[in-house]
Ligand binder design. Sequence first.
Ligand SMILES: [Zn+2]
Ligand SMILES: [Zn+2]
Length: 101
Amino acid sequence: MGGIYYAKCPCGFEQAELYEGYGMNEQGGCLTLHACDTCRKIFTLNSNKKKPDLFDETDNCPRCGNAAACSYTVELDSDEEHHCPACHKKTLKFLPGGLWD
Ligand SMILES: [Zn+2]
Ligand SMILES: [Zn+2]
């Protein structure tokens, strides 16, 4: 089971429907969240799509190809603030947006 998150930063950045974790289909892999400072967006990667020979592949943005500014580990119970891809400050928060399974 995974979570759907809503990211929000005081600078005005908002992004909804961020999927993280495992879905219903076990072969669907694990979705992880990453920040792209170039696109000023959070993007999702499916870890299952990595091939063995690409094991050392960095987490690149599928849109612009640049390396992710950071990867997120979402813990809703913590007050931790995260890197914002828009203002580059550590003021981004994840809010619960529902569950998927
Ligand atoms: Zn990008
Ligand atoms: Zn921001």
